[in-house]
Every structure is written in structure tokens, then in C-alpha cells.
Write a protein that binds this ligand. Structure first.
Ligand code: FCB
Length: 460
């Protein structure tokens, strides 16, 4: 056995998001979100389910914090449901919503668990969608008001703020493919949405700093490193487009490089943007988006091997994905590729130089159920996490300023358009009884945390 050690002070945590775990969709004055509306629209969710109850975390948060404590987590990343705070998206504040998160934060701190708060993990107030949602600039203004209210109330205690989770998903899945709420299929709207998400981030950074002076502020992006299937010019072009549209489109503007010109040209050529390009960008926007942050949050799950031959109609992008062999796929159909985390972290460090990086999500969907003894023996998850931890440690050794790692997810939960068909938790949840059982991977993770090291057998 070899022990792979992490630096002293490394932050180990787990992550969730409001709509995926809270339930209590109408409790205590909460307004409707686009996910409430979307899940109640027939045909949108694979198993026809909703987040109405989910893990009932809104009522069971004390028990969930006790589980975190038992596992020895240093930190917990969760998101705030905007419509609990501002049921109409702006204007009238719902005190009960603020009180819920305030109690959550206090109790976490009492237990020695550091809260990492995400302001937006996709549950936009439906009232704002009625006014156009993220394709409208006024939604960025509303986000600023929301960020101001939340940070005024929690800013004395919360020391880590994440403005947005995965603007690619919020913009493209929400407004282009329509697989996520609000289910719109419009390229131009999706690109405008992405811009207003980034803009609202840039506007919020100084407000968060002002209301929460001793805190660190960042944003979380999702990255899928890619490679061409073959060393042909056509496959390389498909790779370049995928990498640009998925990865560079969001990080380049955040680090002062504007939107990638090659992808703007691709979008104009495809008719997704007008000939004059990004006409929703106003003077000063790019400077606001590039406001320096304290850290970059990185979500990593898989890579894609891209080739140029066919154009899947649903996505209208010049690529197809090479599926990995079945035994290297997760229940999501995603390839298990730990090397990709190393490559990604190295690339981000060398190309963009964020001061600090956190892996804000990494984890895997496998459907392991309790056995006769009530134990969930999820060896594949344990292996997945171990291999990704080792890749992260290698990146640290190479000089990447990685300060912490959040496993997705603390609990089995509502996986968006896939409903409850996917199981990402290190804690198993019985949705009928709301019983929780820490899986073997959770027990193993708590040993990793205690040792601040991973054991790797020399045989591999
Ligand atoms: C990410 C999301 C998270 C979860 C994981 C599996 O894209 O941020 O909410 O759904 O994927």
C-alpha cells in the first residue's frame, strides 16, 4: 500500500443543491421556481418525478448535518433557493426563507463545518421567467438584488460564496436544448442567457465583498475536457468547436479574454448569432465579467472523444461522441476518466492562473442498493473517487493551487431531467421513508478525510 498525501489544511467536503434535496416546494412562503413548473409539465422528466419532496432536507437538515459531522466533513457546499428568499424574484422578501438558511449556517458552524454557499444552482423564480428569464438583462439586475439581500444576512458567517453553478448548463440546457427548465430551444436566447449569467456574476462580486468582507468569492464552471477521435483535420475541427463552445466560452471572459472569436464566428456562420455577432454585450460588460475573483470552482465528471462525421439533430453541433466501453461507463453513460481531472486542472492553472481552485463537484452515479444486512457496498464509487483524488493530488504536486474537494453528492437526490433514476450520493436515501444509510464509500471517505491521504495498492 502506498499513501498519497494531501497538503495540510486541505478542505474535504460534499455538495448538494437546493432543488435536488430540499423538497418543501411550497413551504413557508416559497415562490414557484422554473424547476417546479418544469417538473410539473408532463414529459419533461424521465421518470415523471418532481422535487416536491426530494430528500425532504428542508425538514431533515439537522439529521443531515449530524451525518456530515459523523463523516468528519470539513465543509458543505449547498445552494440557496432564490424563490424562498424572493418569491417573485425581486421586491418582497420572505423572512422565513432567510431564517431557514441562517439556522442551517449557524448549525453547520456549531458543528465545525464550513458553509460554501452557491447563490444560483438553477432554481430561478418562475416570476422572472415570465418576464423573459436569463435571456433578459433585467434578470441579471434581479440577481444582484438577491445576492445583496442574502449576503447582508449571511455575510457575517459565510466565508465562501459561489455566485453561479455551471452557467453552461443553466444557459444551454435551459434555453438551447431545452432538456432543463425552462425548456426553451432557441440558440440566440441561450447565448444571451449565458451572457447575463456571467454579467450577474461580475456585478455581484463587489457586492458580496462589501457585505461579507472576510470572505472569498468565486464561480463554479463545468468542464468536459475533450480530444479528437482521430488525428484528422475534420476531427480536430470538431474538437476545437466542442472545447470552445463548452469550456472556453465561459472561462475566457471570466479571465479577461472576451468570448472566443473562433466560436463567435462558428455561431454566426451557423445562424445562431446575427452577422454583427454578440449584440447583447454592452459597453462595460466584459470588464464587469472579468472582475477578479478569489477562486475558481471546477466541476468535473468525464471527458468526450469527439469526431466530425454526424450532426446529432438535438444538439446541432458538429460532433458525435465516441462512447466508452460499457465497463468504463457510469449509469449516466459518462466515461470514467480520472486522468482528465489532472489534465484539466493543469490546463486551467497554466492557461488562466486562478489564485485558488476548488473541485466543487466530482462524483459518480451507480445504482447500489442496500444488501440483506442493510449495507450499501458501492465499491465502484469508492474506486472512482479514489482514482480522481489521486489525479487531483498529482495536479497539486505539479503546482496547481487546489485547496479543496467536494464530492457530488452528499445524498442520493433528484437528478434534473433524469429524475430519481440516478444515484450520485455517498449516502443512500429511501425516498418512501426518507431513511438515510451512509454507503461504504462514505465510510471510506471519512477515513480519507481523517488521514488526509488516500491508500493506493501498489498493484494499482
Ligand atoms: C452537475 C450539476 C449537479 C448534478 C451533477 C451530476 O452538472 O451541477 O447539480 O446534477 O451534475
Amino acid at each position: 500500500m502506498t499513501q498519497v498525501h494531501f497538503p495540510a489544511g486541505f478542505t474535504w467536503g460534499a455538495a448538494t443543491s437546493s432543488y435536488q434535496i430540499e423538497g418543501a416546494a411550497q413551504a413557508d412562503g416559497k415562490g414557484e421556481s422554473i424547476w417546479d413548473r418544469f417538473t410539473h409539465t408532463p414529459g419533461m422528466i424521465e421518470d415523471g418525478s418532481t422535487g416536491d419532496e426530494a430528500c425532504d432536507h428542508y425538514h431533515r437538515w439537522r439529521e443531515d448535518i449530524a451525518l456530515m459531522k459523523e463523516l468528519g466533513l470539513h465543509a458543505y457546499r449547498f445552494s440557496i433557493a432564490w424563490p424562498r428568499i424572493l418569491p417573485q424574484g425581486w421586491g418582497q422578501v420572505n423572512q422565513a426563507g432567510l431564517d431557514f438558511y441562517s439556522r442551517l449556517v449557524d448549525t453547520l458552524l456549531e458543528q465545525g463545518i464550513e458553509p460554501f454557499v452557491t447563490l444560483y444552482h438553477w432554481d430561478l423564480p418562475q416570476a422572472l421567467q415570465e418576464r423573459g428569464g436569463w435571456p433578459e438583462r433585467s434578470t441579471a439586475q434581479a440577481f444582484l438584488e438577491y445576492a445583496d439581500i442574502v449576503s447582508r444576512h449571511l455575510g457575517d458567517r459565510v466565508k465562501h460564496w459561489i455566485t453561479h453553478n455551471e452557467p453552461w448548463c443553466a444557459g444551454m440546457l435551459g434555453y438551447q436544448t431545452g432538456r432543463h427548465a425552462p425548456g426553451i430551444q432557441d440558440w440566440y436566447a441561450a447565448l444571451a442567457a449565458g451572457h447575463h449569467l456571467l454579467l450577474s456574476h461580475g456585478w455581484a462580486v463587489p457586492v458580496l465583498r462589501q457585505n461579507s468582507p472576510a470572505s472569498e468569492v468565486g464561480i463554479t464552471l463545468n468542464f468536459t475536457p475533450a480530444m479528437p477521435a482521430a488525428p484528422s483535420p475534420a476531427d480536430f475541427a470538431a474538437y476545437r468547436h466542442f472545447d470552445g463552445a463548452f469550456n472556453r466560452w465561459f472561462i475566457d471572459p471570466l479571465y479577461g479574454r472576451h468570448y472566443p472569436a473562433d466560436i463567435v464566428a462558428d455561431y454566426v456562420a451557423a445562424g445562431h448569432l446575427p452577422a454583427h455577432g454578440l449584440d447583447f454585450v454592452q459597453t462595460g460588460d466584459m470588464e464587469a465579467i472579468a472582475t477578479p475573483t478569489d477562486f475558481l470552482g471546477v466541476n468535473y465528471y468525464t471527458r468526450e472523444v469527439v469526431r466530425s462525421t454526424t450532426i446529432p439533430e438535438s444538439e446541432n453541433q458538429p460532433r458525435t461522441v465516441f462512447p466508452a466501453p460499457a465497463d468504463e461507463q457510469t449509469d449516466m453513460g459518462w466515461e470514467i476518466y480520472p486522468e482528465g481531472l489532472y489534465e484539466l486542472l493543469a490546463r486551467l492553472h497554466f492557461a488562466y492562473r486562478p489564485g485558488t481552485i476548488y473541485v466543487t463537484e466530482n462524483g459518480v452515479s451507480f445504482d447500489d442498493q442496500p444488501d440483506a444486512e442493510g449495507r450499501v457496498r458501492d465499491q465502484r464509487r469508492q474506486r472512482y473517487l479514489r482514482d480522481h483524488f489521486v489525479a487531483a493530488q498529482r495536479a497539486i504536486t505539479a503546482g496547481v493551487p487546489l485547496a479543496g474537494y467536494f464530492v457530488w453528492s452528499l445524498l442520493d437526490n433528484f437528478e434534473w431531467d433524469r429524475g430519481y433514476t440516478q444515484h450520485f450520493g455517498i449516502i443512500w436515501v429511501d425516498y418512501a421513508t426518507q431513511q438515510r444509510i451512509p454507503k461504504d464509500s462514505a465510510r471510506w471517505y471519512s477515513q480519507v478525510i481523517a488521514a488526509n491521504a488516500v491508500e493506493v495498492s501498489d498493484a494499482g
